[in-house]
Design a binder for this molecule. Structure first.
Ligand code: B12
Length: 271
């Protein structure tokens, strides 16, 4: 099929219609925006103007999509229930909105045979303008120098959403293989919600040194955060989540109790 130039709203509009009621957000980008900040080894093999969309889950996804997903068909063993739910929502939106179109979907938890992630979720979020990705390089004179080795300790970066702070997750990247973004697509600049050096130092320290207390998520006052039930779920070690869901009456006795190594790897608990 020959590639065609599309209007970006013709892609984001239908997707939003399917996914926003389930607590997801969609942010369009051109693959070239993503590739331009990465080394060739991490670049995606599509033309620069290929249209892509990055999908976020917002705090309401848990109540709007996940709990109904469990109630509906339940979830078979073998795979993380949140990942299964996201996969089902995204793939049914894609097949409903774009029947017959080639859409390559990558999920945040998928790895390539090289063990690298299939896409760098935070980079995609930043270049789409959906969330600012704060990295060590965004801190002038980073204070994390190891005095013994005089090298800078690697601090992982973190994305901040202008409305939800850290109370969101980056779930999937959709590449519309035969669609090209046109000149109506200008690369948006993400909102810099943590402009000061001091704020960025605090943010990166919270994310790297005590991410379990979730304080990094409140770096800006969020319009909505995770419900108590959602906090209980994500605070629970992944291996104990099936039992928690069973105690809430969502899983049958035989569901979600697969404890193979593969399941454990997937149950890595990115919330
Ligand atoms: C592997 C992984 C981990 C590993 C390693 C962490 C890491 N960051 O590498 C471990 C298991 C430790 C981990 C832990 C956690 N993780 Co994690 N993790 C991932 C995963 C799967 C891949 C990250 C990765 O390997 N990146 C590769 C490195 C090399 O990329 P990089 O550092 O960004 O470097 C690139 C950029 O700098 C880019 N670049 C260069 N120049 C420029 C310029 C610009 C402008 C830009 C934009 C980019 C750019 O080039 C570099 C590559 O060459 C992502 C999901 C995904 N698919 O991306 C989630 C992810 C990063 N994790 C996430 C979370 C929330 C966590 C936890 C809090 C766990 C939890 N339960 O919630 C903890 C935090 C602990 C911690 N201290 O980091 C979230 C972060 C959300 C956010 N707001 O940013 C993600 C995005 C998952 C998600 N679904 O949302 N994680």
């Amino acid at each position: 099929m020959a590639a065609s130039i599309v209007r970006v709203e013709d892609v984001t509009g239908p997707l939003q219609e399917c996914l926003s009621g389930l607590g997801f957000e969609v942010h369009p980008l051109k693959v070239g925006w993503y590739n331009s900040v990465l080394p060739p080894s991490l670049a995606l093999s599509y033309p620069d103007d290929a249209l892509a969309v990055v999908v976020f889950s917002t705090p309401s996804m848990f109540e709007k999509a996940f709990l109904p997903f469990l109630e509906g068909q339940g979830c078979g063993g073998g795979c993380d229930p949140i990942d299964q739910c996201v996969r089902q929502c995204v793939s049914s939106a894609v097949s409903q909105c774009f029947p017959g179109q080639r859409v390559d979907v990558s999920y945040d938890y998928e790895l390539l045979p090289s063990r690298r992630p299939r896409f760098l979720a935070q980079t995609a979020a930043h270049v789409s303008g959906g969330a600012f990705y704060y990295q060590q390089r965004d801190v002038k004179e980073p204070p994390w120098t190891d005095t013994v080795k005089t090298s800078v300790t690697k601090m992982f970066g973190v994305c901040v959403h202008p409305r939800f702070g850290g109370w969101f997750a980056i779930r999937a990247l959709l590449v519309f293989v035969d669609m090209r973004g046109g000149s109506d697509m200008e690369q948006p600049v993400p909102v810099d919600c943590v402009p000061s050096r001091e704020g960025r130092v605090q943010l990166l320290e919270a994310f790297n040194l005590h991410w379990q207390d979730w304080s990094y998520r409140d770096v800006v006052p969020p319009v909505q955060s995770y419900s108590q039930r959602q906090r209980d779920y994500f605070s629970c070690p992944p291996s104990e989540r099936p039992a928690l869901l069973r105690s809430w009456g969502f899983l049958q006795e035989n569901e979600g109790s697969d404890t193979t190594a593969e399941t454990q790897r997937k149950l890595n608990g990115h919330g």
